[in-house]
Write a protein that binds this ligand. Structure first.
Ligand code: ZN
Length: 292
């Protein structure tokens, strides 16, 4: 960024980050708080939104979960997990599509901003990455009309390439934008892109691909990349403890027109999942002011 551009941007007033835009994904406290406890706890501690997981919502009961979340005054910034559409086996593939239909229904009932939709990894024993990507895109094309009919947005979330085999053959925002454009031939209704700083921070094309996603971003996920990370999926850091320029990425996302909530989503088996959720939420609120 040139000096003249930097000069245009006033120093950030930390109070500009409004508490009403802070959401927490329930996975962040999942070892210590059930969904019910998370709903009550987040609302009590001043969090404005929640990201929900299908498994927990089904355990509690969809109608009950929806009612409790509404009564608590929480927005649902995302519902998981959509997608996982890379299976080659027809029966497995059909089961995944059916599960996605159910996830979409849940998202509609919960009033979720989007279904967080991940591609799925390479099926066990396969090396055909091109084929896996084609199947994921086909599955999304089949689900898009379902989402539209339900008034739900499928949020395509690229994940970090290190989990390409295990979770997501969609590893970059560039490919997410390509898929968005391939799917949205009759408009982007029912389709969005999720920007998760943990997944995309390393990307040399980040600025240009976030700009390209202008008007498409339906969710913004926060955590941090620990310099000495110890696990491929479950060692995310608290904002400010790692190496990601979170305020920089937040500004890119806002410049691309995103004015929605910021959802903290920390998978941390060795650290944050073990702590008292009250402490976790207090730390999130503090870091939201100082590191986002
Ligand atoms: Zn995420």
């Amino acid at each position: 960024m040139g000096v003249s551009q930097m000069a245009r941007r006033p120093p950030r007033d930390i109070d500009m980050l409004e508490p009403r835009l802070l959401s927490v994904n329930q996975v962040t406290t999942r070892e210590r708080w059930s969904l019910e406890q998370a709903i009550d706890g987040y609302a009590r501690l001043g969090i404005a939104g929640i990201g929900t997981w299908s498994e927990s919502v089904r355990d509690l009961g969809l109608a009950t979960a929806g009612r409790r979340i509404r009564d608590a005054g929480l927005a649902v910034t995302g519902h998981l997990v959509g997608g996982l559409l890379t299976d080659r086996d027809p029966a497995a593939r059909r089961a995944r599509i059916d599960d996605n239909r159910r996830v979409i229904e849940e998202a509609a009932e919960l009033g979720a901003r989007c279904v967080v939709t991940i591609a799925g990894g390479l099926p066990v024993g396969e090396r055909d990455l091109v084929g896996a990507r084609a199947r994921a895109l086909d599955g999304l094309a089949e689900l898009l009309p379902v989402a539209r009919a339900a008034g739900v947005t499928l949020g395509l979330e690229p994940l970090h390439p290190m989990i390409c085999a295990a979770r997501s053959v969609l590893p970059t925002l560039e490919l997410a934008n390509d898929w968005y454009e391939a799917l949205a031939t009759d408009g982007g209704d029912g389709l969005g892109i999720v920007v998760d700083v943990y997944a995309v921070w390393w990307d040399p094309n980040l600025a240009s691909e976030i700009a390209r996603a202008s008007g498409r971003i339906c969710a913004f996920h926060l955590s941090d990349w620990l310099a000495e990370t110890t696990d491929l999926r479950l060692d995310r850091g608290m904002m400010g403890d790692g190496v990601i320029d979170i305020p920089g990425i937040r500004r890119m996302v806002e410049d691309a027109g995103y004015d929605g909530m910021r959802e903290v989503e920390i998978f941390s088996a060795r650290d944050w999942w073990r702590r008292d959720p009250e402490e976790v939420i207090a730390t999130i609120k503090e870091r939201y002011r100082t590191a986002v």
